[in-house]
Design a protein around this ligand. Sequence first.
Ligand code: HEM
Length: 199
Amino acid sequence: MSAATPTRRDGLHARLRMATDPAHQALEAGLDWRARVASRAGYRDLLARLHGFHAVWEAAIGAQLSDEPFLGPRRRLALLVADLDHLGLTPATVAALPRPAPVILDGPAAAMGALYVLEGSTLGGQLIGRHIAGLHGFGETGLAYYRAHGPRAGAMWGAFRLRLEDFAADPVAEATLTAAAVATFAAMRDWLCTAPAAD
Ligand code: HEM
């Protein structure tokens, strides 16, 4: 993260990154991902938890963004389903996995803020994916969620950042987007880092 405080001339992305940095750090610290993916069962349980989050938040984002050509390639719920299948969960078990309560986002700016969190997680996810591949020997299958966009990661992130700037002209939209990103980080931390209830 840049140490300098971004100004309006830096662009929305720089300001958003700075505003969400504490939330990213808190999630990264709370996740304890190395310990959680150390065993195959732990990795499966983390994916099962991510499944619930993506199921609810991708639906909420889709409802407000109303732009499937943009969102579709960024949806990763199906990748989680494929990985969980590879790890031995039946379709019925996957369908019955716990989910957070439904979420309603406040329009397209909020949807972009929430999507920033999910899409940004593909960046650190590259590192996590390589670690899991080395540990458990997964190739093409079993790691689809963390492989995410694969060789297209840079292009997908570049296009996403460009799209963020559409909201920079309107300070109200930017505030809504930023608040939604912070709230999404917090919701993800609650969902992933709090011990799941017996369900
Ligand atoms: C599910 C939890 C996580 C979420 C939601 C998340 C979210 C994000 C977001 C939104 C960004 C983009 C920052 C920007 O605007 O440039 C990002 C970048 C990054 N994250 Fe995470 N992150 C998560 C977990 C992690 C973990 C556990 C690590 C540590 C391995 C990590 C390492 C990174 C790194 C290194 C970048 C910068 C990548 C780059 O600039 O090329 N993240 N993450």
